[in-house]
Design a protein around this ligand. Structure first.
Ligand code: RI2
Length: 309
């Protein structure tokens, strides 16, 4: 397999490349490297393309953005000859990456509109889409400040805190278990998403559902930022989103805890009733309209895999 493809796939698996949007764009980039470097015949190209797709899919099971990116590029492949197919894969991947970046910008604009002047915003993990809204609101002159969680065990919150501080936004970083303690000071919660299910449930970094519960109890609006390629067609036909469990050694050294089981699920599901709005690039929607996004915009059909050839 092409070395660059392997490097990107292993970067996603190890979380060196992380963030649902980033891994989707990385997957599309891997397909560009594959198409550009492939040496062989037409039938081999198709066979190798299938292998590359499965290899990249195996890296992280929860973020549907990865799967949707691969299907966007491969399902739209045109042409009969090897050269026509090669060009089509590259063009589709470049289009996905460009559309994805434009989607984040639009989400920033729409989401900033939901952040009031002078608001204290809480956020979790490190979401490009969520930060786009927060930073856009700041750039519009709304004097906001942010409380963010460190987000164990990977501490993605460190990236968030440094990014916001660099933008000149007052930011306070807290431990994940202090969310409910600080919720009384919060005016709005803004988080990202890895996957949106057809019933409007939001799958995001572990701890998101607790933050949503605390926000619901405190009557604080809970806003999710998610590009349309994070909506899951498979959930329309009853498939459940697989919650990734990673190596327990990311949490602690098992040798220091003999006879202790350590588990490391890295995502959780927030039911739609705890979500006030989902900000997408096609507009701000109720979580109960998730099926419409999948049907209309995803254009991947609502029959999941069966619909793909
Ligand atoms: P953007 C991340 O997962 C976080 O759960 C984040 O909220 C989500 O992806 C979306 O991130 P991980 O890769 O696409 O840190 O908004 O496990 O950047």
């Amino acid at each position: 397999m092409n070395e660059k493809v392997k490097e990107i796939a292993e970067g996603i698996r190890s979380m060196e490349i992380r963030g649902a949007g980033h891994i989707a764009r990385a997957a599309a980039t891997a397909l560009i490297y594959f198409a550009e470097s492939f040496m062989g015949g037409r039938d081999e190209f198709l066979a190798e393309l299938e292998k590359v797709k499965e290899y990249i899919l195996s890296t992280r099971p929860t973020a549907v953005s990865l799967r949707n990116a691969l299907y966007y590029v491969i399902n739209r492949m045109q042409g009969e000859t090897l050269e026509e197919m090669r060009k089509s894969i590259i063009a589709n991947a470049e289009e996905f990456i460009e559309n994805s970046q434009k989607a984040v910008e639009l989400i920033g604009k729409y989401g900033a509109g939901r952040i009031p002047h002078g608001a204290t915003v809480m956020t979790h993990c490190n979401s490009t889409a969520a930060l786009q809204c927060i930073i856009e609101a700041h750039r519009q002159g709304k004097e906001i400040e942010v409380i963010n969680t460190e987000t164990r065990p990977w501490f993605q919150g460190h990236i968030t805190a440094r990014t916001l501080a660099k933008e000149g936004i007052p930011v306070t970083m807290i431990v994940d278990s202090a969310v409910r303690y600080f919720m009384r000071d919060v005016d709005i919660v803004v988080v990202g998403a890895d996957t949106i299910a057809s019933n409007g449930a939001v799958i995001n970094k572990i701890g998101t559902s607790q933050m949503a519960l605390a926000a619901h109890e405190a009557r604080v609006p809970f806003i999710v930022c998610a590009e349309s390629y994070k909506f899951s067609p498979e959930t329309v036909i009853g498939k459940l989103v697989k919650i990734e469990e990673r190596d327990p050694r990311e949490i602690a050294d098992p040798k220091e805890f003999p006879d202790v089981k350590i588990r490391n699920p890295v995502f959780d599901a927030t039911p739609p009733e705890y979500v006030d709005a989902i900000v997408t690039e096609i507009g701000v929607i109720s979580p109960y309209l998730a099926y419409e996004v999948i049907k209309e915009v995803m254009n991947l059909g609502v029959k999941g895999e069966e619909n793909r050839h």
